[in-house]
Every structure is written in structure tokens, then in C-alpha cells.
Design a protein around this ligand. Structure first.
Ligand code: HEC
Ligand code: HEC
Length: 203
């Protein structure tokens, strides 16, 4: 019969054998992200059908970027281009790209949307409990910054939660309750807020 100490030693050895979470390498992430920059490094670059600006990634929360890329891999987010892009990445490369982008802080925000940002502010109170003041200080590192994101992307992605092409149990319920006007107003409000999000241009 194994003694407690031999179990403990065995466990310690098993843990030692696990690859420690390698420190993410932002410099490697920068070169790996080169293929992404044709879309994400061109300010205002648009997705066609439907037309919306591709999201700002620089300054986004590192852990959220990992969650997002894995959601495309898992088919929880349906977007053929991004599913192909994310599908080509291994775990380490995802971590490195997220470290590179997440550390590119800039000052931005003040984007103008089609909706009514003042009306959006009143409607946003519930959202702030998770996305933080102005949508810029999320409750956890896995939640996205909304402040300063492109308004048409925010509106598009709220519509995706509603339609189910973006499948997330938390956001599904909140988005389901929103009218098209609510979506435009909320998108205008969050986009207008000061933010560290940007589209990198010096890659
Ligand atoms: C051909 C253009 C294109 C290329 C190339 C591209 N993307 Fe995207 N990316 C998009 C579009 C469009 C979306 C929004 C898709 C959606 O509706 O979910 C997006 C969304 C994302 C998101 C989600 C952002 C958020 O706020 O949830 C991440 C993360 C991302 N891309 C990372 C990458 C990475 C990393 C690469 C390179 C390996 C890359 N993309 C290459 C067009 C592109
Ligand atoms: C209980 C916490 C919670 C609340 C409240 C909440 N959200 Fe979220 N939100 C999340 C999480 C978690 C995600 C990331 C989900 C995923 O991975 O798709 C998210 C994602 C989003 C995104 C996608 C951002 C991007 O970069 O793609 C938008 C837009 C958004 N929320 C808007 C809102 C709005 C508007 C409200 C209020 C009506 C709201 N959220 C309320 C937790 C919350």
C-alpha cells in the first residue's frame, strides 16, 4: 500500500512533469501577427457582407483575446475567415499574439456611431457591472473592453449574440432583450468612451 508521502512525492513529480505555462512571448507574437495585420492593422478596414469595421485588437485584454480565438476554433463564433485564421494557430502562438496585442496600449476612443450615445448611456447601466465604468474596466481579465471599439463592430457582434452566430451563455440573454435601436444606442455610447484600444499601425 502506498504511503501518504509516496503519493505526495508522486503528485509533486507529476506536477513537475507538466509543462509550466510558458511565459508568453510578445516579440514572437508580433511576427506571428503579421498575417493578421492586413485586416486588423489597417484603421477602418471593413468586413464585407455584412459591412462593419474589423475590431480593434491592440490594448484589448490579453486573456479575452485568447478566449476569442479559441471560440472561433471551437465553432462557438461563426465567421469563416476568422475560423480559418484562428484554426491555423496553436496554443502557444495564440498566447504570444495575445501578449503582443494586449500590451499595445494607446489612447483612443471617441468613435462616433449611428445611434444616440446619450440614450445608450442610460441603457448601459446593467452592462457596466461586468464591462466596468464606461465599458473600459472589465470585471475579469476574460471579459472584453468595449470602450472605444468601433461602433459598427459592437452593433454587429450584439446582433450575432442575438442570432446565435456568436454563442455565449452570458451575453445571449442580455442581447436577446435588446431592440435594434437599443443596440445602436449602446454601440454609440461604448464606442464614444475614452479607451486604450486601437488599431496598430506600426507593425
Ligand atoms: C481577412 C481579414 C482578417 C484577417 C486576416 C484576420 N482577421 Fe481577425 N477578425 C476579422 C473580422 C471580420 C472579425 C470579426 C468577426 C466576427 O464577427 O466575429 C475578426 C475578429 C477577430 C477577433 C475577435 C475580436 C473581439 O473583440 O472579439 C480576434 C481576437 C481576431 N480577429 C484576431 C485575429 C488574429 C490573431 C488574426 C491573425 C492570425 C486575424 N484576426 C486575422 C477579420 C480578419
Ligand atoms: C454578467 C456579465 C456581463 C454583463 C452584465 C454584460 N456582459 Fe457583455 N460580455 C460578457 C462576457 C463574459 C463577454 C465575452 C463573451 C464571449 O466570449 O463571447 C461579453 C462580450 C460582450 C461584447 C463583445 C465584445 C467584443 O469585443 O466582441 C459586447 C459588445 C458586449 N458584451 C456588450 C454588452 C452590453 C451592451 C451589455 C448590457 C446590455 C453587456 N454586454 C452586459 C459579460 C457581460
Amino acid at each position: 500500500m502506498r504511503t501518504l508521502s509516496s503519493i505526495t512525492v508522486g503528485l509533486a513529480m507529476a506536477l513537475a512533469a507538466l509543462p509550466l505555462q510558458a511565459a508568453n512571448d510578445a516579440a514572437a507574437g508580433r511576427s506571428a501577427a503579421a498575417t493578421c495585420m492586413g485586416c486588423h492593422g489597417a484603421p477602418g478596414f471593413r468586413n464585407a457582407y455584412p459591412a462593419f469595421k474589423v475590431p480593434k485588437l491592440a490594448g484589448q485584454q490579453e486573456q479575452y483575446l485568447v478566449v476569442a480565438l479559441k471560440s472561433y476554433q471551437a465553432g462557438e463564433r461563426i465567421h469563416p475567415t476568422m475560423q480559418a485564421q484562428a484554426g491555423a494557430l496553436d496554443e502557444a502562438t495564440i498566447g504570444n499574439i495575445a501578449a503582443y496585442l494586449g500590451n499595445l496600449k494607446n489612447s483612443g476612443g471617441g468613435e462616433l456611431g449611428d445611434g444616440d450615445a446619450v440614450a445608450g448611456q442610460a441603457k448601459a447601466q446593467l452592462c457596466l457591472s461586468c464591462h466596468g465604468s464606461g465599458g473600459g474596466k472589465p470585471l475579469t481579465p476574460q471579459y472584453p473592453i468595449l470602450a472605444g471599439q468601433y461602433p459598427d463592430y459592437l452593433a454587429h457582434t450584439l446582433g450575432s449574440y442575438k442570432s446565435g452566430t456568436r454563442n455565449n451563455p452570458i451575453m445571449k440573454g442580455f442581447a436577446a432583450a435588446l431592440s435594434d435601436t437599443d443596440i445602436q444606442d449602446l454601440a454609440a455610447y461604448f464606442a464614444s468612451q475614452p479607451s486604450e484600444l486601437s488599431t496598430p499601425t506600426d507593425w
